[in-house]
Design a protein around this ligand. Structure first.
Ligand code: ADP
Ligand SMILES: O=C(O)[C@@H](O)C(=O)COP(=O)(O)O
Length: 421
């Protein structure tokens, strides 16, 4: 059976978030890491989510990887493509959301693509084209201090106009609330005006399901995982997906390791709670920069901890500390040193029997999963909205939770381990 829905996610936590939504809406889904080889097998999946690490890559690289993923998904039969980015529109001033969306639109000959990062369950809503995180506009939320993608504007039309070659309009909440027909009419009007994108307001999941219905015939949709809520029903209504589930998720038995590279307010609160309970060690970036073998030191430390307790290793720091580190080593080098250290630790400790990994941070997860050479993930039980456990399919048996920096309650790390048998 060909797949019907193909997704291209610009980071790994975003990919699991989306795959989790599609699974909970009744689709059979696999998450693949990078554009697969032409002969790759993905079982009886109805949707495939390709996870890229393209959010902060150079623009040309992000475009090339996204187009390669598109071409593979189309060759496998995908009728609709979802470009998944962050519910907080994480991007640098150069992009990459606008340029990648432009490239996908051009390649698919698509007239207009929706822009909808809303994720109401996690407090991300869009009103008059302004993205809110809880009660704060995006640029007044903690996202203003993100180490790699600080968000200093909350207006999605303005953000898109600055990043993309096309012009972006708005489908406002009153139209969304009138229903799918009204959305379709407004979309047609915006196309007639020559617009390439439409930010679409969404205040709750009812709006997102209405938008999903209205977008049944869109070849390309862009947004957060929320925009996917209504899509499986479209395929179901057309008899293109079945209700048969085929999950084989089975957690591995090994020791638990928590690796955190996210510096978000949420992750730091979660770390504070977990550190009160379990042994922890912090990556000293100055030692890494000085060439000390920090990986061996921390791996030896983790192995020496009680086997029945998770070990926590983190780089996460508050905005002041991150700013000081970035001043010393530069933004890219600081992030890279931390990602290299945490991913080398994941590899070393997976080899030493740490088979249950909780990784906090999108870029961090990308680095860890790539270092572990994982090619495919199956989605397992949900820990928190947007964060499921996953199982690596293939050579190395591993159970992983890839946590978006911003997601989860302060008890997240304990919650995660409680979910597993
Ligand atoms: N102490 C630190 N100083 C500088 N950069 C850091 C520090 N700790 C982590 N980082 C980097 O910050 C980035 C956090 O991004 P990410 O992992 O995507 O988290 P989030 O999911 O919160 O966005 C990563 O590149 C990580 O390596
Ligand atoms: O949409 C979201 O917020 C997440 O799925 C996401 O993209 C995660 O990114 P990070 O916060 O960088 O982990």
């Amino acid at each position: 059976m060909p797949i019907v829905l193909g997704a291209i996610a610009d980071d790994f936590t975003g990919a699991t978030d989306l795959a989790n939504t599609l699974v909970s809406e009744g689709m059979r889904v696999v998450q693949v890491i990078g554009a697969p080889e032409p002969d790759a097998s993905y079982g009886d999946a109805e949707a495939v989510v390709v996870a890229l690490k393209s959010r902060t890559a150079p623009v040309e690289e992000a475009i090339a990887e996204s187009l390669a993923a598109l071409s593979w998904l189309q060759s496998e039969g995908a009728e609709q493509i979802l470009f998944k980015y962050c519910s907080t529109f994480d991007s640098t001033p150069q992009g990459n959301i606008g340029p990648v969306a432009d490239a996908l639109r051009d390649a698919m000959g698509c007239e207009l693509a929706l822009i909808c990062p809303a994720f109401p369950k996690n407090g991300r809503t869009i009103y008059n084209g302004v993205l809110f995180v809880g009660e704060a506009p995006l640029a007044e939320s903690p996202m203003k201090d993100h180490p790699l993608t600080p968000m200093r504007d909350s207006n999605l039309m303005r953000l898109m106009d600055a990043q993309s070659a096309g012009k972006t309009g708005l489908i406002p909440a009153p139209i969304v609330q009138q229903g799918a027909e009204a959305i379709r009419a407004k979309t047609a009007a915006l196309i007639a005006e020559g617009l390439s994108y439409a930010v679409i307001d969404a205040l709750d999941e009812i709006d997102l399901r209405t938008i999903g219905k209205a977008a049944a015939d869109h070849k390309l949709i862009t947004g957060g995982s929320g925009i996917a809520l209504g899509l499986p029903d479209n395929f179901r209504a057309r008899g293109k997906i079945t209700s048969r589930q085929s999950g084989t998720f089975r957690a591995t038995e090994g020791r638990a390791l928590i690796l955190a590279g996210s510096c978000s307010t949420a992750t730091r609160a979660q770390l504070a709670q977990a550190k009160a309970k379990w042994p922890y060690a912090k990556v000293d970036i100055d030692k890494v920069a000085a060439g000390e073998d920090v990986v061996t030191q921390l791996a030896d430390w983790a192995k020496a901890q009680p086997v029945d307790s998770p070990a926590i290793i983190y780089g996460s720091a508050d905005p002041e500390e991150v700013a000081a580190i970035q001043k010393r080593y530069g933004v890219t080098t600081s992030g890279q040193m931390m990602e290299d250290t945490l991913s080398a630790l994941a590899l070393r400790l997976a080899d030493a029997g740490f088979d249950r990994l909780v990784v906090a941070g999108g870029e961090t997860s990308g680095a860890v999963v790539s270092a572990l050479e994982i090619k495919m993930l199956e989605i397992g039980p949900e820990i928190a909205p947007g964060v499921p456990w996953t199982q690596a399919l293939g050579r190395r048996p591993l159970t992983l939770a890839l946590k978006s920096g911003n997601f989860g309650q302060p008890s997240f790390f304990e919650d995660a381990l409680k979910v597993l048998p």
